[in-house]
Ligand binder design. Structure first.
Ligand code: HSE
Length: 438
């Protein structure tokens, strides 16, 4: 580091989990950070609705109004850690208009307004660092943008939301209830300010929209991501899945399907023999398939203060070291390859189906008949209560659990609608896709 160089003055908007991690990284190990930068870093201003004097660095002045922070001459780089769309979008726009580089962890604002914001940044010749927006501490943005920037990517699949993976792991491994596991994820700082974003799949959809845009140069299109979360997945689904040789994971998928880029997030039964099945807790994993490299897997903590703050810091260091560039050339060249997204793709999959049934002869036969009527065959079948007490017919509330052969989604949904309408069925039939990597 050049100690005589003027410090790069950071203004942080937002004082939540990631900001606290960034303050810790920048201020607790100053000499190590200094070794990585060609000039000193100084956090000079922090804006937040809620002051947290206990974590404020000595170098920083607290301001309530984030727009005042952006205009402040004591701020060279704006670090946006507020989250959500507004005021984050306006703050980033304002910072760029004032000629200040931006670093953000905000996946929602990029997934919804990335095209306009990156276009403004390009016009001003300014970088927007966004490594922390996807995968927490995993350097997946740089990997796609730089390391795999020349390769032809055909598919990105993985676990991109730490909270849902944490919840599914705690339920499966420790028998925790959904509610308790979610409360724990919140207390550990993994969940979004509105945790519905995690459990209903929106957060993962934002991230998949960003990864798809990076991989194929297509516009950010979060509305085009078919989005299903993990609400409604029960402890017994996880246990039955495990007996059948699978773990349940919440996946994000972006893939080229003929001329289209298909994007979706969904819960899935993943074979226990695969790497993704063994990604536990808050860990994220992104598997990229590309022409030259083949398959590469990026894995690490997907949320949490220090891992995510490290991604923010890496973007700040790129700016300090003059190696941050506007996201431009590759993207502009790729526009002609923009295939658009296809929300209606009907690729075929196997499915897990669980139904609570009445104590009546012929119910299983009727269920299989309805499936066969849509051309859906059965690959594996469990009748847990009958297996436990073979001499007895299933009592009310007994379960039929099966894995189907591969079938088109429309056929499966048609069959399930008919099964759901049977008078012998209790509650909601559970339908989860099986993802075996094909
Ligand atoms: N709520 C997000 C998650 C935070 O759980 O993955 C990191 O983006």
């Amino acid at each position: 580091m050049n100690n005589s160089a003027p410090p790069l003055k950071l203004g942080i908007c937002g004082l939540g989990t990631v900001a606290s991690g960034l303050i810790e990284l920048v201020t607790r190990d100053v000499s190590r950070v200094a070794e990585c930068a060609s000039r000193p870093l100084a956090i000079t201003r922090i804006a937040s609705r809620t002051p947290r004097p206990s974590i404020m660095p000595d170098s920083a002045e607290f301001i309530e109004d984030p727009f005042a922070l952006i205009g402040d001459t004591e701020v060279d780089v704006v670090v946006e850690l507020i989250g959500g769309v507004e005021p984050a979008r306006s703050l980033i726009e304002r910072a760029l208009e004032l000629g200040k580089p931006v670093v953000t962890a905000n996946k929602e604002v990029l997934a919804r307004h990335g095209d306009a914001l990156f276009s403004l940044a390009r016009a001003r010749g300014l970088p927007i660092g966004f490594e922390a927006s996807v995968g927490g501490g995993i350097p997946i943005i740089k990997a796609l943008r730089e390391s795999l920037g020349g390769d032809a990517i055909s598919r990105i699949v993985g676990i991109v939301n730490g909270t849902t993976n944490f919840i599914l792991s705690r339920m499966n491994e420790d028998g925790a209830s959904f509610e308790d596991a979610l409360a724990e994820a919140k207390s550990l700082g993994y969940a979004e300010a509105v945790p519905d974003y995690d459990i209903e799949g929106l957060d993962a959809a934002h991230k998949i929209a960003i990864l798809a845009s990076l991989a194929w140069g297509i516009p950010f299109d979060v509305e085009g991501v078919r989005t299903q979360g993990i609400v409604g997945i029960r402890l017994d689904d996880l246990a039955f899945a495990e007996r059948l040789g699978y773990f349940v994971r919440h996946l994000g998928l972006a893939q080229r399907v003929e001329a289209c880029i298909e994007t979706q997030v969904f819960p899935a039964l993943v074979p226990r023999s695969t790497l993704l099945a063994h990604v536990r807790g808050v860990t994220n994993a992104v598997q990229v398939t590309s022409h030259a490299v083949g398959s590469s897997l990026f894995i690490g903590p997907g949320a949490g203060a220090l891992p995510t703050a490290n991604s923010v810091l890496s973007d700040v260091l790129d700016i300090a070291n003059n190696r941050a560039v506007p996201w431009d050339a590759g993207r502009a060249q790729r526009q002609d390859r923009n295939a658009g997204t296809d929300a209606d793709s009907q690729s075929s999959s196997a499915y897990y189906l669980r139904a609570q049934v009445d104590d009546k002869t012929g119910v299983l036969a009727r269920v299989t008949e309805l499936l066969a009527g849509q051309g859906v065959g059965i690959d594996a079948l469990l009748q847990p209560e009958i297996e436990a007490a073979p001499s007895k017919a299933p009592a009310a509330g007994a379960s039929i659990v099966m894995i189907t052969h591969k079938t088109a989604e429309s056929n499966m949904r048609e069959a399930v609608a008919c099964i759901q309408a049977m008078p012998e069925i209790h509650g909601q039939v559970s339908l989860i896709r099986v993802f075996d990597g094909d």
